[in-house]
Write a protein that binds this ligand. Structure first.
Ligand code: URA
Length: 190
């Protein structure tokens, strides 16, 4: 079984797309190698690019606060992004960038084989091969997806930057996290 540190050391040297040209540091992801839950965001922002760590800025703090309110400690999960290098001005990753980075994500998920994947936002859902026209078609539902011949349970919800900006979406976001974690508690152990 491939180790996460192997994958991380490839990511930090990656030159598969132009995002490598402007990055300070690639952000492979961090957390528990044996995590039951993997959380996938979109792409590193400014703070993440400077420190090489995922979700350490404002949206990370908002995410951690919501996780903690449900009794989930950040250290107990593995957190990564669909794209491992910061897109200029925090624009959305392009399809080509998602495609180039996807194999790293799939390898990370295969190595951990979590009981639950929490996908935050449309970029991470697309990276997992989930098809949709609008987030509302898939949001808050438990989906079974197959990656590298392995099955995973996945729940897609808003990227935390959305409920952070729009307080009216905060309850729906927390409800989705709660659905996800209640489900995972009832799943068979690996
Ligand atoms: N937004 C993301 O999607 N990921 C991060 O790591 C930080 C902000």
């Amino acid at each position: 079984m491939e180790g996460l540190s192997n994958i991380s050391s490839e990511i930090v040297k990656c030159t598969l797309c132009d995002l490598c040209l402007k990055r300070t540091a690639a952000v492979p992801g961090e957390g528990n190698e044996k995590a039951d839950i993997v959380i996938i965001g979109e792409a590193p922002g400014k703070n993440e690019d400077l420190q090489g760590r995922p979700f350490i800025g404002m949206s990370g703090k908002f995410l951690s606060k919501n996780l903690e309110s449900l009794g989930i400690k950040r250290e107990s999960v593995f957190i990564t992004n669909a794209v491992k290098c910061r897109p200029p001005n925090n624009r959305k990753p392009k399809k080509e960038e998602l495609d180039r980075c996807r194999p790293y994500l799939i390898r990370q998920l295969s190595a951990i084989h979590p009981r639950l994947i929490l996908a935050l936002g449309t970029s991470s859902a697309s990276s997992l091969g989930i098809e949709f026209k609008h987030l509302s078609e898939i949001k808050g539902k438990i989906l079974e997806i197959t990656l590298n011949d392995k099955k995973f349970n996945c729940l897609v919800t808003f990227h935390p930057s959305f409920p952070m900006r729009f307080p009216s979406a905060r309850k729906a976001f927390l409800d989705d996290l709660s659905t996800a974690f209640n489900l995972y508690k009832n799943l068979p152990t690996r």
